[in-house]
Design a protein around this ligand. Structure first.
Ligand code: LMR
Length: 398
């Protein structure tokens, strides 16, 4: 039955990690997948997470199923982290949060919910975007299209073109917006731009989905919710797919959430009944461990302040690596201007490397970068910087 199958292409990000793992070069560097590395090149378990796990091990009494919507304490803490504890939406009961297996799982639940309940014709994605976005929405049977986002010449948001595209999008369509730390470009909207986008999305009757995978990695936990705040101010309905993979370092535990905001609490409750059907048909109910960690940390003031300091440390370290990268490239004699990399935010930067240069980096130097030229700055360390920049200098001057 399977004899006639033709192999599917490898995933552009996780497939690269598979190739990286097989590479025998001892100096190899993986700047493909967005995974944080500390100064020793490790992806650590956060101290706040370790302490919460120790506490959980002592008090845990059952491995019984979670409800379909997941851990209630986790859901409530997530909503507060996203919107702030005293947000009017919380008082009005207009938001519901369901636990999901990672940000990707949350996006897929959102996609299945939209496909099964709404009349949306098209899901609009930024150009460029995370390569898995089209897969997730298309797998749910939705059509995807792109709106302009990045101005390559200026290394900034092509705001006029983005706004014009959304102004022309048909009412009822869905628009995916990156909450902060745009993946792959590292270039975000400022508050004024977010406000203008929120006004257009509301005026056109579009449904925004905020992909919020990097809260805390741009400017701070609250600061990074600027766009979300503008959207909630203007748009009665929205979806948020959030993730704890990066800001809790809980990559392998698959902890994320889907939050839905509706115009009324009744509408939110009705929408939740549909989301629960989607989850039940998909994976029944979510895994317990990672969500219990997050709920424990967010609800304990001492653990929470440890965690907030750890998020700050990861953010500061990535920004330090951005500056060190730009300086080291300069020292290696690269005269091309890479100063924009120091101004970008989050784990990623669009380097402007061509596919040929990306290939040469991998084949000649075992430096792994996504084919689009996206570099994970979070994978850079003081230890690999010299090797990395020597390799880049070689490829750029060749
Ligand atoms: C990335 O873009 O590298 C991360 O979001 C990991 C992933 O799942 O692709």
């Amino acid at each position: 039955m399977f004899d006639s199958l033709v192999a599917a292409p490898p995933d552009p990000i996780l497939g690269l990690t598979e190739t990286f793992k097989k590479d025998p070069n001892p100096r190899k560097v993986n700047l493909g997948v967005g995974v944080y590395k500390d100064a020793q090149g490790h992806t650590p378990v956060l101290a706040s997470v370790k302490r919460a796990e120790e506490m959980l091990l002592r008090v845990e009494q059952t491995k019984n199923y979670l409800p379909i919507e997941g851990n209630a304490e986790f859901d409530a803490a997530t909503l507060t982290l996203l919107l702030g504890a005293d947000h009017a939406i919380l008082r009005e009961g207009r938001a519901v949060t369901t636990q999901a297996p990672g940000g990707t799982g949350a996006l897929r639940v959102a996609a299945d919910f939209i496909a099964s309940t709404l009349d949306a014709k098209t899901v609009w994605l930024s150009d460029p975007t995370w390569p898995n976005h089209p897969n997730v929405f298309q797998a749910a049977g939705l059509k995807t299209a792109t709106y302009p986002y990045f101005d390559k010449q200026r290394n900034s948001v092509d705001f006029a073109a983005m706004l014009a595209a959304l102004q022309a999008a048909p009412t009822g369509d869905v628009v995916v917006l990156h909450g902060c730390c745009h993946n792959p470009t590292g270039v975000d909207l400022d508050r004024t731009q977010w406000r203008a986008i929120a006004e257009v999305v509301a005026a056109r009757g579009l449904l925004p989905i905020v992909d919020f995978a990097y809260q805390g990695f741009a400017d701070g936990l609250d600061e990074d919710a600027t766009g979300l705040n503008e959207l909630t101010r203007h748009c009665p309905d929205l979806l948020i797919a959030s993730s704890y993979s990066k800001n809790f370092g809980l990559y392998s535990e698959r902890v994320g959430a889907l939050t839905l905001v509706a115009a009324t609490s009744d509408a939110a409750a009705t929408a939740l009944s549909h989301i629960k059907r989607v989850i039940r048909a998909n994976y029944s109910n979510p895994p317990a461990h990672g969500a219990a960690i997050v709920a424990t940390v967010l609800n304990d003031s001492a653990l929470r302040s440890t965690w907030e300091a750890e998020v700050r440390e990861m953010r500061d370290r990535i920004n330090t690596m951005r500056h060190l990268f730009v300086e080291t490239l300069h020292e290696k004699g690269v005269d091309q201007d890479f100063s924009f990399i120091a101004r970008q935010r989050g784990m990623f930067s669009f380097s402007g490397l061509t596919p040929e240069q990306v290939k040469a980096l991998r084949e000649r130097h075992a430096v792994y970068v996504v084919g689009s030229g996206r570099i994970s700055v979070a994978g850079m360390t003081e230890g690999n910087m010299d090797y990395l920049c020597t390799a880049l200098a070689d490829v750029l001057t060749r």
